[in-house]
Design a protein around this ligand. Sequence first.
Ligand code: COA
Length: 322
Amino acid sequence: MSFARIVATGSALPERVVTNADLEKLVDTSDEWIRSRTGIRERRVAAEGETTGDLAFRAARQALHDAGVKASELDMIVLGTTTPDLIFPATACLIQDWLGANGCAAFDVNAACSGFMYALGIADKFIRAGNAKKVLVVGAETLTRMVDWSERETCVLFGDGAGAVVLEASDEPGVLATCLHADGGYKDLLWNPVGVSAGFKDEKNHGVRINMSGREVFKVAVKTLDSLVGQTLREAGMHEKDVDWLIPHQANLRIIEATAKRLGMSMDRVIVTVDKHANTSSGSVPLALDAAVRSGKVRRGQNLLLEAFGGGFTWASAMVRY
Ligand code: COA
């Protein structure tokens, strides 16, 4: 049976850096509070007119270039996002045309911060089943577009960015296991209450805006990721010591540290980008992966545990032999 192997990675960030000091001028917060509670020092914010699709396109182009794969060779594009350019067509369709991959399957996956992990899981299944040979998987967001910059509880946490991988069918492993989960019963802890069918204003007449019960999200995330990494190890037939790198969702350094502790991993085996990127939702894991590959930390043959947790709740993971 074919494995889905990551041939290359790519990423893209907006140019504009917004530091914690910048946010001190907008809301009653401090660099010290943000750093000590979250590990975030700065985030990137998309320029006016710069979209999720623009970032996804740049990340995808870099991954395709480094993979030596032409866009016309792709069988499928799966793009995780909660902040698509348009309601339709899917952002995957927009970048398909910009890349020149016209004709292949292209669709978005909305699983909030787990979007990239869901997209990777879906792409892996298509390749394993023999229905696709070359797949572009992207996680891309402009989450700051739905941030209320007057709300200190949420505006300090998020940033914009995109990451991409090119997967190819291979006899060599590859993605070893993927786990995808959701529990819609937790909807109210992290959500955006406006939308096409529900209407574009909520009962308080707010526009598009993230609602979050931070402390509760934190608790469930730690507990859920704890059992998720256990399941991922079991499904891959591996033990904690077999994992070379943890590449976690970059929402909060304290959540990342708790997962590393559960795995018995020291922080020098964990990829951390939350300090520079903040929470880029679907962009976070592929951005961290690309940074790890480009820095030379992650090398061929190593085992990577990727995981994410987000609104829904959704949570998902992959064990990958890079
Ligand atoms: N600056 C300063 N003070 C702030 C603040 C900010 N940006 N945001 C909240 N506070 C205040 C609160 O109002 C509260 O004040 P009070 O004690 O007077 O009521 C105090 O800080 C402590 O708030 P608390 O919620 O207990 O802090 P915390 O240690 O739980 O950290 C989060 C808050 C949001 C950083 C943390 O809960 C978290 O990261 N949760 C997960 C969020 C997340 O990752 N979401 C995305 C998941 S994909």
